[in-house]
Design a protein around this ligand. Structure first.
Ligand SMILES: Nc1ncnc2c1ncn2[C@@H]1O[C@H](COP(=O)(O)OP(=O)(O)OP(=O)(O)O)[C@@H](O)[C@H]1O
Length: 641
């Protein structure tokens, strides 16, 4: 069989320029290699009693030199000799680390190490930012040090070198700044610290860097009253990473305080999380997850800039800052971390090869969040109401945007304001409190609970003993309508078509009033024209005390939805959907007698005037805009004359 030939120059170019989308990951890759090298030596110390290591040897150092434009990553790990430099860095896609892992997979101590490398390409990412890379290395237990130098284009040279102790220095000579590409940004303490924190915070060995600090000098004894405190700058070696991932620790051993601090620092919040959840799963896929429900609503939650997702770690190295696939949209407010050693990464470590793994984790994560919320709803109602105030909208929108599909997960988490109980209730609580003969779940939609509570149509349902959910958020009605029903009880808008709540007597009375006053209703419909589809006798306003008239909507578009659609952009040539409005007249209210009298007197102008006034009043009560407020004001003035 013939062997494939490779154009190594082209392959290298491909490695450097096509694999990664984000060049700042070069530091992550070099630190991961250093960590692997330390890990290998640590492994030796566990399996060979002649190998004794000091704590200092189990560390990684990062340094930079602004003038020389270099960044150096050093470790006191296993190191490489000439042959290894040739094999590992001279062969693209050869991973000495993968070999190590495979060779030692069976050993007793295998679980003590956490080797990150597997593809044999990460090192070359250095050439995204460096025009030259020099590696100086000395293999543990050997006397000679050697170096490997390359410009990442033509090839590499290997030579003898000096290094006191075992380990490796990787020295990057940064590229020159070009118009749009600045490499100098990496030559700063602040930037390197940020990158270490972001990608390598949980690497198990300390990553140290010299940092500059300021301190106040002690006040001299002979200082006078006018002494102003003096400061001095100094440098100090500091460990930048926090090393132990909090999600790897047993829940019982971590204090709430520690979880809260972790949440606030890693997710940039200044308020403690409302709830913290931890998941540890073993089996086909072993992983840990640490999830937080924020204690406040992020200011950009509903802006297009908000990105949902959980941080994804593999072998303690950050793979994705926000892995969207781990969270459904409706739980997009949850922050947290998923960490697993079992993920099949793609070569750039930017994504996974198998989405089935993500799907399996996402399913578990969703279940966990749901059960946590249900638990809070049942055991800590105050906290839950606080949560719902912040994120209830996400849940309602989740039901609407999935056309009701998410209702099976979310509907029992919803809260609505009950007009009868004057507090927030769940749908279960509403259904449990339903009267024996109640067939539907009644709701009213508008823009404030207080206003809705006063609506005649709401009062008429309450008067019959039925509770009404007062829905004051724009998404409420869309959410209820996409669910259609809850526990086989249909949702019904109290200002929708006939609710069928009237008694036989009321029905008969309404029919009689309609029959006796056909001409009056025809005249009123005539007067109102296209504004209404019908003027009829109300079967919901049936007492003298109830309002003289109300507006209801027949058909699928409710009055509240009409308002909502009116605020949305309409496609060209289209028209915003309108509700079919019905003016319902209360035949028991004294006003009806006045109407009848005007009709009997054949005073068409008066009938028109009254119809207009009643219609506009009903619109006002509903919170609907008047089509012609000036005309309405004139009509009222006319009545007063
Ligand atoms: N600091 C180091 N000390 C010792 N060996 C190293 C060091 N850096 C790299 N190597 C060797 O070079 C090999 C290639 O490194 P490279 O970063 O390209 O790939 P990798 O780490 O094996 O895999 P991946 O592409 O998944 O990161 C490593 O497997 C390791 O054997």
């Amino acid at each position: 069989m013939r062997k494939f030939k490779t154009e190594s120059k082209k392959l290298l170019d491909l490695m450097i320029n096509s694999i990664y989308t984000n060049r700042e990951i070069f530091l992550r890759e070099l630190i991961s290699n250093a960590s692997d090298a330390v890990d290998k030596l640590y492994f030796r110390s566990l399996t060979d009693s002649d190998v004794q290591l000091s704590a200092d040897e189990l560390a990684i150092d990062v340094a930079f030199d602004k003038d020389a434009r270099t960044i150096t990553v050093s470790d006191s790990g296993i190191g490489m000799n000439k042959d290894e430099l040739e094999k590992n860095l001279g062969t693209i896609a050869h991973s000495g680390s993968l070999d190590f892992k495979t060779e030692n997979a069976e050993g007793e101590q295998a679980s003590a190490v956490d080797i990150i490398g597997q593809f044999g390409v990460g090192f070359y990412s250095a050439f995204m930012v460096a025009k030259k890379v020099v590696v100086v290395s000395k293999r543990y237990g050997e006397d000679e040090a050697c170096s490997w130098t390359s410009d990442g284009v033509e090839g590499y040279t290997i030579a003898d070198a000096e290094r006191e102790n075992h380990g490796t220095d990787v020295i990057l000579y940064l590229k020159d700044d070009a118009d749009e590409d600045s490499y100098s940004e990496f030559l700063s303490e602040w930037k390197l610290r940020e990158l270490i924190k972001k990608y390598s915070n949980y690497v198990r060995y300390p990553i140290r860097m010299e940092v500059s600090k300021t301190r106040t000098l002690p006040k001299p004894e002979d200082a006078g009253d006018d002494y102003t405190p003096q400061h001095e700058h100094y440098t100090e070696i500091e460990t930048i990473n926090s090393m132990v991932p909090i999600w790897k620790r047993k829940k019982s051993e971590v204090t709430d305080e520690e979880y809260n601090e972790f949440y606030k620092s890693d997710f940039h919040d200044f308020v403690d999380p409302l709830r913290t959840m931890s998941v540890h799963a073993e089996g086909m896929l072993t992983y840990d997850a640490l999830l937080f429900i924020p204690g406040r609503q992020p200011y950009d939650l509903f802006s297009p800039d908000y990105k949902k997702g959980l941080a994804l770690y593999s072998s303690n190295v950050l793979i994705m800052e926000k892995c969207e696939d781990l969270l459904p949209d409706y739980f997009g407010f949850v922050r947290g971390v998923v960490a697993s050693e079992d993920l099949t990464l793609n070569i750039s470590r930017e994504t996974l090869q198998h989405n089935t793994q993500l799907r399996a984790i996402a399913k578990k994560v969703e279940k966990k969040i749901k059960s946590e919320l249900a638990d809070m709803r049942d055991k800590d109602r105050d906290a839950y109401e606080g949560f719902f105030k912040n994120f209830g909208r996400n849940l309602k929108f989740g039901i609407y945007s999935t056309y009701g599909q998410a209702a099976s997960t979310l509907s029992d988490l919803l809260l609505f304001y009950s007009a009868k109980q004057e507090k927030l209730v769940t749908l279960d609580e509403y259904v449990d409190a339903m009267l024996a003969d109640q067939e539907a779940i009644y709701y009213a939609a508008g823009n404030s609970v207080e206003r809705l509570a006063k609506l005649p149509v709401v009062q008429s349902v309450l008067d019959r003993g039925f509770d009404v959910l007062l829905c004051a958020e724009d998404v409420d009605e869309l959410c209820l309508q996409s669910m259609f029903q809850y526990k086989e009880k249909e949702f019904k808008n109290v200002s929708g078509g006939n609710l069928g709540l009237e008694t036989e007597d009321e029905k008969a009375a309404a029919e009689a009033a309609a029959k006796d006053n056909e001409a009056l209703f025809a005249a009123m419909k005539d007067a109102l024209g296209e504004k209404v589809t019908k003027v009829s006798v109300s079967t919901r306003l049936t007492t003298a005390e109830a309002a003289p008239a109300c507006i209801t909507a027949e058909g699928p578009v409710s009055l509240e939805m009409e308002k909502l659609f009116a605020g949305m952009p309409v496609p060209e040539g289209g028209e915003a959907p309108r509700a079919s409005r019905v003016l319902e007249v209360n035949a028991a209210n004294p006003v009806f007698e006045v109407l009848k009298a005007a009709q009997e007197a054949e005073d068409a102008d008066k009938v028109k005037l009254y119809a207009d006034v009643l219609y506009n009043q009903a619109l006002l009560v509903e919170g609907m805009p008047l089509e012609d407020p000036v005309a309405f004001a004139n009509e009222i003035a006319q009545l007063m004359k």
